[in-house]
Design a binder for this molecule. Structure first.
Ligand code: DQA
Length: 141
């Protein structure tokens, strides 16, 4: 069975408590449940979160050869991390970048994404529904 990695960056451990007016009241556990329901029996969801850039890079490297795809919400590293972009460039499978909020409606510094140079698809503004949509997309490939 192949895994799908769902990687979450800094502060997303507080999803549900953190600025609910922007990110909603659902938690990462809710994301995991909806993603598990969205994926067929042939795939296993592995949802991971870290506040540390290096840990996210280690998981991206670990995903090589063992996963059907990576779904990544890099949090604020979206806008700053060439190192995460470089790690994703070593990965050959599909990559979906996801943002819970509609980043293009927000501050200008959120409009630029290093990860988008590599992502095959970008979802922003669908709330946590975006994660399940990304899972369905990867399962359909
Ligand atoms: C986010 C948007 C980022 O700008 C922000 O730094 C986050 C969350 C989102 O899911 O909307 O931490 O990636």
């Amino acid at each position: 069975m192949k895994n799908i990695y769902i990687l979450n960056g800094p502060n997303l451990n507080l999803l549900g408590k953190r600025q609910p007016e922007i990110y909603g009241s659902e938690t990462l556990d809710d994301v995991e449940k909806s993603c598990s329901q969205a994926c067929g029996d042939n795939f296993e969801i592995k949802l991971l979160q870290s506040n540390h850039e290096g840990q996210l890079i280690d998981w991206i490297q670990e995903a090589r050869d063992t996963t059907a795809g990576i779904i990544i919400n890099p949090g604020a590293f979206t806008h700053t991390s060439i190192a995460i972009l470089d790690a994703l460039n070593t990965y050959e499978g599909p990559v979906v970048e996801i943002h819970i909020s509609q980043v293009h409606k927000r501050e200008e510094f959120r409009h630029h994404s290093y990860v988008s140079y590599r992502a095959d698809a970008v979802i922003a503004g669908l709330g946590i529904e975006g994660y399940a949509a990304a899972v369905r997309h990867i399962c359909s490939l």
